[in-house]
Design a protein around this ligand. Structure first.
Ligand code: HEC
Length: 146
């Protein structure tokens, strides 16, 4: 088992634990204007790797011969929804920090507004449970980083 998969396993367990303790936080309604912008930015910049509907690349948990991981899904089958807004925006801005990562750094390519819009669009790939869970993660992050 690689260091990387242990990390994802940890995130998975954390997500399950938090889901089990989770309350019934209602996701904030998404802004339609922002979603339209987000879809345009996503289709142009992210869809080639993460899939037009956020399905990711096939076999995304298995690195290739050079240790490069395929792009994970952003829909409910992935783990994007396990993470707070702040963390997801940080990955977009600065890259994932994973070894051999092919996830681009968008700091000099997209504006903060465009990255926020993409995030809003990615949220349309989730079901109500994933959306509620992710909202809770976002609120917890804010609590801890006040
Ligand atoms: C060249 C392929 C590629 C493109 C283009 C790309 N990504 Fe990624 N992305 C990846 C890979 C691969 C990962 C998995 C982590 C790693 O290997 O760095 C990833 C991870 C992520 C994550 C972290 C997911 C998680 O669950 O932790 C987010 C968020 C993300 N990408 C958003 C985006 C957005 C938004 C765009 C477009 C603006 C984008 N990516 C474009 C390949 C790509």
């Amino acid at each position: 088992m690689t260091k990387y998969s242990i990390l994802w396993l940890f995130y998975g367990l954390l997500a399950l634990l938090l889901a089990a303790c989770g309350g019934s936080s209602t996701p904030t309604p998404l802004n339609p204007q922002q979603i339209e912008t987000g879809k345009a930015v996503y289709d142009a910049n992210c869809a080639a790797c993460h899939g037009a509907q956020g399905a990711g690349e096939p076999n995304w948990k298995a690195p290739d011969a050079n240790g490069v991981y395929p792009a994970p899904p952003h829909d409910s089958s992935g783990h994007t929804w396990h993470h707070a807004d702040a963390l997801l925006l940080q990955v977009m801005r600065e890259g994932s920090g994973m070894p051999n990562s092919k996830m681009p750094v968008y700091r000099d390519i997209l504006s903060d507004g465009e990255m926020e819009a993409v995030l809003a669009y990615i949220k349309t790939f989730w079901g109500p449970e994933e959306a509620a869970f992710q909202q809770q993660m976002t609120e917890q992050w804010k609590e801890q980083n006040r």
